[in-house]
Design a protein around this ligand. Structure first.
Ligand code: SF4
Ligand code: SF4
Length: 328
């Protein structure tokens, strides 16, 4: 089906900054072998193929009177020392206490700062090329965005909300890491948009925070795509949480809201082979130029029907029922 709106064309200065390296090739489009992902954004721009585009974005943020205040440019955080005696409790108790600390705390001293928590054992293929960690467990945190603000995308007001939540997630991850270190285990907190050594989305899927949507972002059964991620890598023996499945794939095959809404037409109707797996994948080379001139865009996650306030639980219920009926 034809899209109803014309496709946006990148201005010549952004085309020039993009250069001639394909981000889709770097991302492994069409590759049948599994490999670690290449870092394509949110790192030292001098080391990125599209670092000049990132620099342009950063400049635009810093020059904006309202955005400059929320852009986290100081990444220094001195972790607390690791306590000399390691706490001996079982993995389930670890998970319970950690979740309570992250979600259900008093709101004081960094407690109760996130809405979602999941835990997975780290897999080598989640690390970016050339990066690794001896820490074998990842705690994934989800922080919910105000959908009304997100829905102003591609205006700067949406970017303010996105970065406020990235900052909240980063602070929560660092505080949770310190909480783990005080119990005698190593832990390092990472927050977005620069995620440290590891891709957070596949870890979040494994930990049950949601399923991958056609727009390339997570869809959660309570919040849709209206949330951001942060993570803690640790060697604490915390029980894993399970992946969640509630029919996102089926829903996405029958929906084209994000495909139609994406100005540069970066969201394809079908899955692609990417580094050995067939999955939804956004066209980086089409997305990035628009992303760069629209404060990080975010239209696709804002318009997703699952992201509308209170919509996700109802959709999850409908889709779960359909899956069950089909299985009968
Ligand atoms: S962020 Fe914007 S440009 Fe990129 S895929 Fe989503 S809607 Fe399209
Ligand atoms: S807008 Fe529709 S197709 Fe796109 S991710 Fe959301 S549910 Fe899937």
């Amino acid at each position: 089906m034809e899209r109803k709106t014309p496709v946006w064309d990148a201005p010549p200065d952004v085309v020039e900054l993009m250069g001639d390296v394909s981000g889709n090739e770097l991302n492994g489009w069409g590759e049948s072998g599994e490999r670690q992902p290449t870092l394509v954004m949110w790192a030292n721009p001098s080391k990125l193929a599209h670092g000049r585009v990132q620099e342009r974005m950063t400049r635009e943020f810093l020059d904006h009177p309202e955005l400059s205040g929320v852009l986290r440019t100081d990444d220094r955080h001195e972790p607390e020392p690791i306590a000399p005696t390691a706490l001996q409790i079982n993995p389930e108790r670890w998970l319970h206490d950690l979740t309570e600390r992250a979600i259900g705390g008093s709101g004081e001293n960094g407690e109760g700062q996130v809405e979602l928590v999941g835990v997975a054992r780290v897999r080598p293929e989640w690390f970016f090329e050339g990066r690794s960690s001896p820490l074998s467990t990842i705690v994934i945190l989800g922080v919910v965005m105000d959908h009304a603000e997100l829905n102003t995308a591609p205006e700067h007001t949406s970017a303010i909300e996105v970065h406020k939540q990235y900052n909240r997630g980063t602070a929560a991850a660092r505080l949770l890491a310190d909480w783990i270190r005080a119990r005698g285990y190593d832990a390092i907190g990472h927050g977005g948009p620069g995620a440290g050594p590891i891709q957070m989305v596949p870890a979040a899927i494994a930990a049950g925070l949601g399923e991958l949507g056609k727009h390339g972002s997570l869809i959660n059964r309570d919040y849709g795509s209206s949330f951001r991620l942060a993570a803690v890598l640790t060697d604490a023996p915390i029980a894993e949480t399970s992946p969640d499945s509630f029919g996102v794939d089926d829903f996405c095959y029958g929906c084209r809201v994000c495909t139609d809404a994406c100005p540069p037409d970066a969201i394809a109707p079908d899955k692609r082979l990417v580094r050995g797996a067939t999955k939804w994948a956004v066209d980086f080379d089409r997305c990035l130029p628009y992303f760069a001139v629209s404060y990080g865009c975010g239209i696709c996650i804002a318009v997703c029907p699952w992201s509308k306030p209170d919509a996700a639980p109802r959709l999850a219920e409908i889709m779960t029922r359909r899956l069950a009926e089909r299985a009968d």
